[in-house]
Design a binder for this molecule. Structure first.
Ligand SMILES: [Zn+2]
Ligand SMILES: [Zn+2]
Length: 387
């Protein structure tokens, strides 16, 4: 089955919603206007139950099928934008400098709204579909908060599915894999406390810059010599701040960055070796290190059976040649991981075509994707709920 006719009919309307949201980006949990727009649309469609304020500003709509039955599956979109200034030059570009939809969450929200409209019109399934709109995917853990707020229990959600656009993958194509598909994203900040002094008398100082440089270089030993080369780890130092003059060795230096891993065991190994390297090198040179290590999003792990369902639906929509069932995992993070830790499900990529990359100021969600996304959501719901 190709794209659903009704999804194609919705194209213009959903494009309008997408561009409306795109022009009005909101960050993290402060997505009040987007959430209000979503809730208003769901009401207009006649969605049976609409709950706002889950995970602070999340919205969930429950659509009951015509066939009765009590099984519920969740379909999830994200609503938040990024702190970037848009340079796309599109007529619907962000109206707020410093905020833009550079990850396509405007498209995700609009496509799920389109699917909700379709499903509320047809109701050609048994059981219920919960459409989930979450805030704060870009760093705030809004998905985690919705789970903690009891969303899964409240709506008796048994399976949960997510979708993200992927620039570089042609429009009309899908890509997925079972098991880990996105990385755990841990973050660190380290202050190396030395002893400052005259640049001409380094022997009287404990130089935090020289020690920091050793630390930056040695952290790569985690990837090079600690973790099995067949398993993935990325250690990136992204900040190194120290000093203020040519002739002064400063007291402190600060480094910060991120560690990305694809399985819990490697995650533990990387964290403990990270601390050993820093404490060891600091001690070796007479300095002290203050380490703040924060575990952020967990690994996004697709469940096997649900990945199979997602592949079946995508194949149904797009044809076998347009579905990659074994895409390589990515070292970016995704807070849909928390929902997948709470319920079985799967996260799929949908092609955004040849556009600027995610988080790039020239990025724009590709509206040609809309009918493919709506068709996927609708077919997935109908197939999982036995239409
Ligand atoms: Zn993003
Ligand atoms: Zn995103």
């Amino acid at each position: 089955m190709p794209i659903l006719n009704r999804a194609a009919e919705l194209q213009d309307e959903v494009t309008e919603w997408r561009r409306h949201i795109h022009a009005r980006p909101e960050l993290l949990f402060a997505v009040e206007n987007t959430a209000a727009f979503v809730a208003e649309k769901l009401k207009e469609f006649g969605v049976d139950e609409i709950v706002t304020g889950i995970g602070r500003t999340g919205v969930v709509g429950l659509i009951k099928g015509n066939g009765g039955g009590s099984r519920t599956i969740g379909l999830r979109a994200d609503m938040d934008a990024l702190p970037l200034t848009e340079i796309s030059g599109k007529p619907w570009a962000s109206t707020t400098p410093g905020k833009m939809h550079a990850c396509g969450h405007d498209g995700h929200t609009a496509m799920l709204l389109g699917a909700a409209k379709y499903l509320a019109e047809t109701r050609n399934f048994n059981g219920n579909v919960a459409v989930i709109f979450q805030p704060a995917e870009e760093g705030g853990g809004g998905g985690n908060l919705m789970v903690k707020d009891g969303m899964m229990e409240r709506f008796s959600i048994e399976e949960v599915y997510g979708m993200h656009n992927l620039p570089g993958l042609p429009v009309g194509q899908f890509a997925i894999r079972k098991g880990p598909i996105m990385a755990a994203t841990d973050e660190f900040t380290v202050t190396i406390k030395g002893r400052g002094g005259h640049a001409a008398q380094p022997n009287r100082t404990i130089d935090p810059i020289a020690i920091g440089a050793q630390i930056v270089a040695n952290l790569q030993m985690i990837a090079a010599r600690t973790v099995d080369p067949l398993r993935s780890v990325v250690v990136s130092v992204t900040k190194f701040n120290a000093g203020f003059a040519h002739n002064v060795i400063p007291n402190d230096a600060q480094i910060a960055g991120t560690i990305r891993t694809l399985d819990p065991e490697v995650r533990d190994i990387a964290e403990s070796r990270f601390k050993q390297v820093i404490n060891g090198l600091a001690a070796a040179h007479g300095a002290e290190a203050d380490i703040s290590f924060q575990r952020n999003y967990p690994v996004t792990v697709n469940h096997a059976a649900e990945t199979g369902h997602a592949i079946a639906t995508a194949t149904d929509i797009a044809g076998e040649a347009n579905v990659n069932p074994e895409i390589d995992p990515m070292m970016g993070g995704e807070d849909f991981s928390y929902m997948l830790n709470a319920r079985p499900g799967a996260f799929i990529f949908i092609g955004n075509g040849d556009t600027a990359g995610l988080h790039n100021p020239a990025y724009d969600f590709n509206d040609e994707v809309i009918t493919h996304g709506i068709s996927y959501w609708v077919r997935l719901a109908e197939q999982r709920l036995g239409a």
